[in-house]
Design a protein around this ligand. Sequence first.
Ligand SMILES: *Cc1c(COP(=O)(O)O)cnc(C)c1O
Length: 45
Amino acid sequence: MSFNGNKVITTGGEGAILTNDDELAQRAKHLTTIVKLAHRWEFFL
Ligand SMILES: *Cc1c(COP(=O)(O)O)cnc(C)c1O
């Protein structure tokens, strides 16, 4: 779902993904956050 400014329900931006599939939910959360995987370097945002 899109909550972009031109929609009936809006927050000004962003959106939401609905699923009852746990695996898909985890994958979507990974992709829609910072897609950070464990590695040996430390970095600062
Ligand atoms: C909602 C909408 C957008 C914006 O899409 P987002 O993925 O929410 O950025 C762009 N174009 C049209 C025609 C739309 O209806």
